[in-house]
Design a protein around this ligand. Sequence first.
Ligand code: MLC
Ligand code: AMP
Length: 513
Amino acid sequence: MPNLIFDSLMRPWLFADTPFLHMENGEVISHKAFFRRVAQFANAMPALGLAAGDRLAAQVDKSDETLALYLGCIQAGIVFLPLNTAYTASEVAYFLEDSGAKAMICTDAKRSDMEPIAKRCEAALLTLQPDGCGSLNQMADRQANTANVADRAADDLAALLYTSGTTGRSKGAMLTHKNLASNAQALKELWQISADDVLLHALPIYHTHGLFVATFTTLAAGGSMIFLPKFDVDAICALMPKATTMMGVPTFYTRLLDAGGFTKDVFGKMRLFVSGSAPLLAETHMQFQDRTGHRILERYGMTETNMSTSNPYDGERRPGTVGFPLPGVEIRITCPETGKHVSDGEIGVLEVRGDNVFAGYWNMPKKTKEELRDDGFFITGDLVSKDKDGYVQIVGRGKDLIISGGFNIYPKEVELVLDAQPGVLETAVIGVPHADFGETVVAVVARQQGQEPDCEQLETAIVQDLARFKHPRKYVVVDALPRNAMGKVQKNSLRSEYGDLFAPNLANNKFGM
Ligand code: MLC
Ligand code: AMP
């Protein structure tokens, strides 16, 4: 019975005594031991009331247990819905309601906040703890360590990942077995990942990058991972001598370059550094090459498409570009107004087609139709050009999106919270350059005539509703927002005006007027 992800990424290593996870405390978990735990989680699913095709949402800390739960869902045919640990209870409530998840897994610390939400959504609520003491860990302990494999077609869903949208409403991207398995194999081949590779894994595992790109390529090759709970420069420098590869967002690389301890003793044995999820400045690429002799391999992707393009492993890795389409992925560059192809060298919207492209947005047929064309091309919303050698360069975004340290923030979501506060006429939320996060969030708030918004109150509303990474790092109160002749707010002019707010000497005063 087929189950593409299980068959291609898990089955080959089920009984292998080779190492899979090197934990921070020195513990080494073999493939065999890990997959026994996976089977225990798979066997726990019926007791949670879940059957193949049902959704399970999880907002839990990164650990070997979390990864085993993810893969247990794959084995049992459950659709996994991972959630950023920074999301507030009200953000999680939306995902639970929208997805119709039948089970919600959280940490012990969040259980009391989640109880009323899970009850309202009629979802089973259990906890998962890295130390194995949560109620779901204990339920898994009681299960057999071999399990049946659920029959899943290539187009059946494996995961539901929510991405925010320009309307402020998050959309669940439906990812199939075919999407994830094909991308893992393509990247494994392209980046020459082998069973001998040891990946330094410091990314979160609730997003495409840490979960699918990093973990699934390692599984595709039968390699192992040094599995760190989060990115910490000292831990990275201490453990890199044992690794051969690392995948990270640009902030990882700028922080490493700033670290005195990042020396040849540390990176000497590494063979590959991959960057993605946000633009890597050509300057960072060059500085990294000067310091280490390594050329960071930059690739490009999206939650909806997994990875679409990559710089070559063997050929020239060109700074400021994201390389070529992956094998099996087609791209075209079109005019945003007419939808017609643009000539090489001209700027247009990138469209992508291939087994990597998702099946659509959960319960949003209209939105799906707007972004996924009848001929299978997905409109990414990223503005790109292609040079004469075929290298794709991301030159901007057609969508109103801020990327901070690899996390996406759709301004509309923040604006909706601020617009509802007393004294606020309207708000424009923009991204401005930031040395550490690449971009950071600034809110430009127009006061209602004769009233003065209370910035502390704005901040309170934001803290209550939105995850920390979405919070404006600066509020600027103005009389009116700039508009063009059509009445559209001119965010470009705000970005020019406030673009240097995070110049070092200005960054301290949060509430600029
Ligand atoms: C943490 N904070 C952030 C933040 N991460 N704020 C803005 N942007 C971020 N990315 C908050 C913290 O809560 C903290 O708040 C403060 O900022 C500084 O904390 P920190 O300790 O310095 O943060 P740190 O834990 O180091 O996190 C930074 C980071 C992390 C870059 C290591 O954000 C990270 O791992 N990012 C990776 C994101 C990722 O995997 N993206 C892939 C998406 S998939 P306070 O209160 O202390 O000020 C995708 C598709 C594709 O995009 O192509 O890959
Ligand atoms: P997400 O919705 O979190 O999957 O983020 C996807 C977005 O991240 C893309 O649409 C791009 O805007 C951006 N992105 C990913 N990789 C890169 C990259 N290498 N360079 C520039 N932007 C990138």
